[in-house]
Design a protein around this ligand. Structure first.
Ligand code: ZN
Ligand code: ZN
Length: 361
């Protein structure tokens, strides 16, 4: 495409439906970049919004996992990427989903992921052509001070696309603990869990295990660094998981499932001095009480992880580059659709046959 117009898919609140719109391309202001989307992937959180399970301001352009080419730059000074490389027209880039101001008390407290002026690409209300901030659109307008990354060569765009969401969040989770020589359990085999599995293995965990309801996911985990898997829809495997003998056997447990059972399971599975990192239950769940006595007697550490810091996206991209021959990343994306078929892409993604569905432009 090109020219002066931009086609996009808008979520206007009607469930399971995105509507195509065309808008004029905006004029850029100082420090801004216009990026032309080349690939986007549909994240689980996009589906939650489309299905009405999570409320976002409508209308909005969904999608935040994306790879794009620099189409226009408006800046008196050169704009640099995270690594200090000058961003030029035609560069292939991704960027942090979270925009932070770098000035508020939370940013100054090294919590940019919880910035008081936080802006999230693909989560903001669409008002006019300056609101091009989601991935399901031919163009995206990058705000001044967006953390941008030139992507490594030699990796498929559809594999790179989720790096600014699931892969960077996985890097953020892994950053909370030292997994080297540890026994690690990952609860949930979605893309976040799978990437944590791969990183845990890559960073020298003694053993990495993964538990999920679905067999295709546990089978996939075996290809992404898990040595042990438990499939809860399989009776034998479920019994092995619930067996007392597997209690007190993990140094680290990562929660990536959003399941309310996961927390009480983790309390049992963790060893003395174990660490529990929660990242999956990022939507309202039933409030389950946990037993403080267990936390105290087992001296457990519990930590929540939400969003990520800029260096985690850098780590995610470096990890993909360093491990591309070790894990079959091409299996993450099942099918690819053009933007014009976004509703078919959403229906396909909802079937859950693959971890990601891609939109190619
Ligand atoms: Zn996402
Ligand atoms: Zn801030």
């Amino acid at each position: 495409m090109g020219g002066t117009c931009c086609t996009l898919a808008l979520f206007e609140g009607e469930l399971n439906k995105l509507n195509q719109k065309t808008v004029e391309l905006p004029d850029l202001e100082e420090g801004e970049i216009l990026a032309q989307t080349s690939c986007a992937t549909i994240c689980g959180s996009d589906l939650h919004t489309i299905e009405g399970k999570r409320s976002e301001p409508v209308p909005l352009i969904l999608g935040h996992e994306m790879i794009a080419k620099v189409k226009k730059i408006k800046s008196e000074k050169p704009i640099k990427d995270y690594w200090g490389q000058t961003i030029k027209l035609g560069d292939t880039i991704t960027w942090s989903v979270v925009w932070s101001c770098d000035e508020c008390e939370r940013c100054l407290d090294n919590l940019p992921q919880k910035c008081l002026n936080l802006f999230k690409y693909g989560h903001e209300r669409f008002e006019n052509s300056r609101s091009l901030n989601g991935a399901f659109s031919e163009y995206c307008l990058l705000r001044k001070n967006t953390k941008i990354y030139k992507v490594p060569n030699g990796i498929e765009e559809s594999v790179l696309s989720p790096s600014n969401c699931a892969t960077a969040t996985a890097a953020s989770c892994i950053d909370e603990v030292n997994v080297k020589n540890k026994t690690v359990l990952v609860q949930g085999g979605g893309l976040l869990g799978l990437m944590i599995c791969a990183m845990s293995n890559f960073h020298g965990a003694k053993k990495t295990a993964l538990v999920d309801m679905k067999q295709d996911r546990t089978e996939m985990a075996l290809q992404f660094g898990a040595q042990d898997v438990f499939c809860l829809s399989d009776k034998i495997s479920k019994n092995q998981y619930l067996n007392e003998s597997s209690n007190n056997s993990f140094d680290v447990v990562f929660e990536c499932s959003g399941s309310t059972e996961a927390m009480s399971d983790a309390m049992k599975k963790l060893k003395i001095n174990g660490e529990y990192i929660l990242a999956g239950a990022v939507f309202p769940t039933t409030k389950k009480s946990i037993d403080p006595e267990t936390i105290i007697r087992k001296m457990l550490t519990i930590k929540g992880v939400h969003n990520y810091k800029p260096h985690h996206l850098a780590k995610a991209l470096t990890f993909l580059k360093d491990s591309k021959d070790r894990f079959p990343y091409e299996k993450i994306v099942g099918k690819t659709f053009p933007l014009q078929e976004i509703n078919s892409a959403v229906s396909y993604a909802q079937k859950g046959l693959s971890l990601r569905t891609a939109i190619k432009f």
